[in-house]
Design a protein around this ligand. Structure first.
Ligand SMILES: Cc1cc2nc3c(=O)[nH]c(=O)nc-3n(C[C@H](O)[C@H](O)[C@H](O)COP(=O)(O)OP(=O)(O)OC[C@H]3O[C@@H](n4cnc5c(N)ncnc54)[C@H](O)[C@@H]3O)c2cc1C
Length: 351
């Protein structure tokens, strides 16, 4: 039987996931940059799968967990997600309230999670919860789809990072989920053995994935500039393309300089990370700088396109809306800057 477009897309995505496993952080970042130039939702899907889900098992899992879980996730036979945020604990992630209690053969988990990308359909849901029997330390547990007491539901009416809700093959992907855990049993072999506390677990993963989010933000900005550049050459006012006016040219030059600055920031922090020399503060500030700058770039690109700039077909509005979600996820702009400022001053402005 002839292959459908869907089959081809599935194959393409599998090859993609498999191949980025082999890349270094600069190369992976460049891939996210390129994906985000076109669509931040798809880039985000891969960040959740690779940099959050798969990375957790690689870095915090034991040998048995790696053998059991990773191959199917890398081949996209199974999907994975990262559940840290809770309804009442977003920025204040270390105050999270979900609990894990030891019982015979494993743990029982209770709590709620919110905004979990891929959470509605993931086969493996990584839940960060306080182990009440080990000093309330925040540890990682792999909850499997279909576990008794596990309930997931899609967050409706999202107006950012939403394109995949319409796109055929990726229809199910990147739904942000609310998750409820009521006495969910997790066998002992599904506790992440190297995630002993917040620093060695969730925070260790965010350090690496925030770099990729910075690359993604740079890509979103680049996509908006390209669309505005194209539009400004086609659109005529006063008998000439709007690109011929000095005010438009200043906008284009300034947007392109901003994209270049984001790329250089991402490249620098990635190289430092590769050499084991990037601090959490440097990474957090890079993420904050790139999402703020990309947001400004998208806004300017929209302005350059005039009224037509708010139409989806001119691409800039989608980039503009997507930047709102990216500016907030993986730590808000404020929190990432405060993480950096804590290193600069030696004073923590938050817990
Ligand atoms: C599209 C999307 C996808 C996401 N995917 C995931 C995922 O896969 N997994 C996951 O675990 N989470 C995910 N998140 C959650 C995300 O990480 C949180 O939204 C984020 O950490 C902010 O938390 P909050 O939304 O509760 O905002 P809040 O913490 O309520 O913050 C609201 C505002 O207050 C500010 N604020 C809070 N505290 C301070 C302070 N001390 N000083 C100064 N300002 C402060 C914030 O900067 C922000 O502007 C996702 C979110 C979105 C929007």
């Amino acid at each position: 039987m002839a292959q459908t477009l869907k089959d081809l897309e599935v194959q393409y995505v599998k090859v993609f996931i498999n191949s980025i496993q082999e890349l270094n952080i600069v190369d992976t970042g460049s891939v996210f940059y390129e994906l985000a130039r076109w669509d931040a939702s798809i880039a985000t899907y891969f960040i959740v799968t690779n940099c959050l889900g798969i990375s957790v098992i690689e870095r915090c899992g034991g040998d048995d967990q790696k053998k059991r879980i990773l191959p199917d996730c890398i081949l996209m036979k199974k999907s994975i997600c990262f559940g840290l945020t809770e309804p009442n604990n977003g920025s204040d992630a270390t105050g999270l309230q979900s609990t894990a209690k030891k019982v015979e053969g494993g743990f029982v988990l209770n709590g709620q999670k919110r905004w979990i990308g891929n959470g509605t359909f993931a086969d493996y849901i990584i839940i960060w919860a306080r182990n009440v029997d080990e000093g309330n330390k925040i540890q990682g547990f792999v909850v499997e789809k279909g576990s008794s007491g596990l309930k997931t539901s899609k967050i409706e009416n999202k107006f950012s990072i939403r394109m995949v809700q319409k796109y055929n093959f990726l229809l199910l992907m990147l739904y942000s989920a609310d998750i409820e855990l009521k006495d969910v049993f997790v066998p002992y072999h599904n506790r992440l053995e190297k995630a002993l506390d917040f620093a060695s677990g969730a925070n260790n993963i965010l350090k690496h994935s925030r770099i990729q989010v910075a690359w993604l933000a740079a890509g979103v900005g680049a996509g908006a500039v390209e669309a505005a550049h194209r539009y400004s050459l086609e659109r005529k006012q006063f008998g000439k393309p709007i690109a011929s006016f000095q005010a438009s040219q200043e906008k284009l030059a300034s947007m392109i300089s901003s994209v270049n600055a984001m790329i250089l920031t991402c490249h620098r922090v990635s190289l430092l990370y590769q050499r084991g020399k990037a601090s959490m503060g440097q990474i957090a500030m890079a993420k904050a700088y790139c999402t703020k700058t990309s947001r400004q770039v998208c806004s300017l690109a929209r302005e350059l396109c005039g009224g037509n700039g708010i139409l989806l077909e001119n691409h800039v509005m989608k980039q503009f809306m997507d930047m709102e979600g990216i500016h907030t996820y993986e730590g808000t702009y404020d929190i990432n800057n405060l993480v950096g400022a804590r290193e600069i001053t030696g004073i923590a402005a938050f817990r």
